[in-house]
Write a protein that binds this ligand. Structure first.
Ligand SMILES: CC(C)(COP(=O)(O)OP(=O)(O)OC[C@H]1O[C@@H](n2cnc3c(N)ncnc32)[C@H](O)[C@@H]1OP(=O)(O)O)[C@@H](O)C(=O)NCCC(=O)NCCS
Length: 167
């Protein structure tokens, strides 16, 4: 997938960037920004290990940046791609940017990218207790296909969701 891909979806005041499209030095700076948000948002057991994960060939990170003179990170999405399937591994919007459509922008843009690449479906697991994330996925037409008790640890149920994108 070309790293200069542009989504058909637009959100005023924001733009999408593929982390891999930056020169190495900038890529490192943005990865550090993402790691900071990651640390603030998720328990350490769920934090994404960017150093090792980003070396994997099938893993991609889409960033949403603000369209200002000095761009700031508004959110990011991490996904893993195989030939016909993609796993939406993680999505996060920085706290003060939530509720403005950034999460939906990321999911729609991922769908657009994968559709063009011949992918058939997007899968994800979400903690049943993460209501905003569940609502976001539902509003983007994901359907629940499985439920697993203790998936995220004792007492934390995981829901498996799928979005079929085959044309
Ligand atoms: C989940 C998350 C990514 C949503 O991002 P967002 O940019 O705030 O979401 P959007 O503004 O695009 O909202 C899109 C839809 O999601 C749902 N939604 C988003 N936030 C919600 C909330 N707090 N309560 C209920 N529904 C919510 C709504 O259906 C909304 O559509 P609407 O505004 O037309 O009602 C964000 O809350 C977040 O980063 N949470 C912490 C990290 C996380 O839980 N990630 C998921 C697991 S990896």
């Amino acid at each position: 997938m070309p790293t200069n891909w542009i989504s058909i979806y637009q959100l005023n005041g924001y733009c999408l960037k593929d982390l891999a499209s930056f020169p190495a030095k900038d890529r490192q700076l943005w990865a550090e920004e993402v790691a900071k948000v990651e640390k603030k948002t998720f328990p350490s057991s769920e934090a994404f290990d960017f150093d090792s994960e980003l070396r994997k060939k099938n893993t991609s990170v889409i960033l949403v940046l603000t369209n200002q003179d000095t761009s700031e990170l508004a959110g990011y999405l991490v996904y893993v791609r195989t030939k016909r399937l993609a796993l939406l591994h993680k999505i996060c919007v920085v706290e003060h940017e939530r509720g403005k459509g950034v999460g939906r922008y990321l999911v729609h843009s991922l769908r657009d990218r994968l559709e063009k690449g011949g992918c058939q479906s997007i899968l994800l697991w979400v903690d049943e207790a993460r209501q905003p994330a569940r609502m976001l996925y539902r509003s983007c037409d994901f359907v629940q296909i499985d439920r697993c008790l203790d998936y995220y640890g004792p007492g934390r149920t995981g829901l498996k969701m799928e979005l079929s994108i085959e044309k």
